[in-house]
Design a protein around this ligand. Structure first.
Ligand SMILES: Cc1cc2nc3c(=O)[nH]c(=O)nc-3n(C[C@H](O)[C@H](O)[C@H](O)COP(=O)(O)OP(=O)(O)OC[C@H]3O[C@@H](n4cnc5c(N)ncnc54)[C@H](O)[C@@H]3O)c2cc1C
Length: 447
């Protein structure tokens, strides 16, 4: 039985994914030692892994290794991916491979190496944040928020002045699958573990829902790992397509583009996000597309078809019929419906665009209907000044109080790169500077 405890820190990061690891690095490099040493990051799992449900052996990062936790902010840092390769004796091999995009398992190993290489910021594992409450001045229900009380799943508590929430986005599980039990319904975030449990000798009927990279990776992994399985991919769109990106549109993933995006009116931001959608969502990398097409071609030729792709189709119902999962499919071209019977449904349906429930609950606890963040990713709390229009010659009225920063969930205000690795080195600096700015006296800050 674990014993409950309470601890107090200055800064608490929730989630030890790339966002908060980049923050830890920025704290070690930019903040005074006492701030870094008083910072704690908690992670719900017993270790660090990058997208653990999709840590498939051949999967590669979609972005350059130079977009690691620090290089775009400080290429001389000891926490660069290049230094990781050097320290682990693999720099020459990586250079010789001649690729900018490491394997996903390699990025995951790099994250673990960074976590172990930190000197001041602490990380504690196996701690899951279950809820966050404001602690107000003098216990007054209407007073200023001075600290946060973070409740862990085991009943322990942590209080902190500053909170940085970096828990990633929540899986999107369409309502239509509500009646399907967990062992038959697997979102991509749980895929790796579930695949390992399946018996390669069983002729499973597998349905993969979605037409983007995660769906394609699951389809291919299931097809390769389960040689007797029939694997059917069902998608709404007109067929698999590759990302619509070019070197020109990639410039919109620069950290510097966040300024332009944030400054744009809300309607313009929405239009830009819609126009940029195909550069990051609802598509796959050309290599994966080619692999799948060639396999289907070969299977048609040899009349040994195991890989099937169903296009322009909606799943309108899903139910359990004795041992079968039965999906009702409607062809969007004809309006005709059909049934697909399967054993397991794999959901490549992506992530919810909403704020994670921890953030929504926190907003409700402080009396906010909507969650808004400043350019520096600081949540606007009731009664706080607008951080973006603060007069630099006056003391920041929020300087004494608590603050909460949100990482990776601000696509609507900070642009399409917000959930990616591309911006997080620079974002970590922006958060640390805002945080230190609130601690400094005005004359130290601006002169
Ligand atoms: C399959 C896949 C592939 C991707 N590939 C790329 C890519 O190639 N390039 C790219 O730029 N982006 C990629 N992404 C986007 C991805 O979101 C980012 O790369 C990155 O992982 C975001 O980091 P994060 O720290 O914000 O969130 P996450 O990586 O999701 O990390 C969140 C962490 O918080 C922990 N956590 C969650 N809830 C709690 C809690 N209540 N208490 C304690 N801990 C908690 C989680 O266990 C996790 O460790 C990919 C995403 C997916 C799903």
């Amino acid at each position: 039985m674990t014993s409950l405890y309470h601890q107090e820190v200055e800064l608490l990061g929730i989630g030890a994914g790339p966002s908060n690891l980049a923050l830890a690095v920025a704290l070690e490099e930019l903040a005074p030692a006492d701030v870094a040493e008083n910072s704690l990051i908690i992670e719900q799992h017993e270790n660090i892994a990058w997208q653990r449900g999709m840590l498939l052996p051949a999967a590669r990062s979609q972005v350059s290794f130079l977009k690691d936790l620090v290089t775009l902010r400080n290429p001389r840092s000891k926490f660069t991916f290049t230094n990781y390769l050097h320290s682990t004796g693999r720099l020459d091999q990586f250079v010789n491979m001649g690729s900018f995009t490491p394997y996903r398992i390699e990025i995951s190993d790099y994250l673990q190496w960074v976590a172990k290489s930190l000197n001041s910021v602490h990380i504690e594992y196996g701690l899951c944040c279950a809820g966050i409450e404001p602690v107000r001045s003098a216990g007054d229900a209407a007073g200023d928020i001075e600290r946060w009380l973070v409740r862990l799943a085991d009943g322990s508590t942590i209080t902190c002045r500053d909170l940085v929430i970096g828990v990633g986005r929540e899986p999107r599980i369409p309502e239509v699958f509500a009646a399907i039990p967990g062992e038959r319904l697997v979102h991509s975030t749980k895929f790796g573990g579930r695949l390992a449990e399946l018996d390669p000798e069983t002729p499973y009927r597998i349905a993969v829902i979605g037409g983007a990279q995660s769906a394609a990776e699951m389809l291919w992994a299931a097809h390769q790992t389960l040689p007797k399985a029939q694997c059917t991919m069902v998608m709404r769109s007109i067929g698999l397509q590759t990302y619509e990106h070019s070197k020109f549109t990639n410039e919109l993933y620069y950290p510097s583009f966040v300024d332009d995006f944030f400054a744009a009116p809300a309607g313009v931001r929405r239009r830009l996000l819609t126009e940029m959608r195909g550069t990051n969502y609802s598509a796959l990398d050309p290599e994966m597309l080619e692999t799948l097409y060639r396999q289907i071609y070969l299977e048609r030729f040899t009349r040994a078809e195991r890989l099937h792709i169903v296009i322009t189709t909606d799943v309108v119902d899903a139910r359990l019929d004795e041992t079968d999962v039965v999906l009702t499919l409607v062809d969007r071209k004809t309006g005709l419906s059909d049934e697909l019977r399967c054993d397991i449904v794999l959901l490549g349906t992506g992530f919810s665009p909403d704020m994670p429930h921890l953030v929504r609950d926190l907003a409700a606890a402080v009396g906010l209907d909507d969650v808004e963040v400043s350019r520096a990713y600081r949540m606007t709390l009731p009664g706080s000044a607008d951080p973006d229009s603060a007069d630099p010659d006056s003391a920041d009225p929020d300087s004494a109080g608590a603050a909460c920063y949100l990482q990776g969930v601000n696509e609507a205000t900070h642009g399409i790169a917000d959930s990616l690795l591309s911006v997080l080195a620079v974002r970590a600096e922006e958060i640390v500077r805002d945080l230190l700015g609130r601690r400094a006296a005005p004359e130290q800050l601006f002169h």
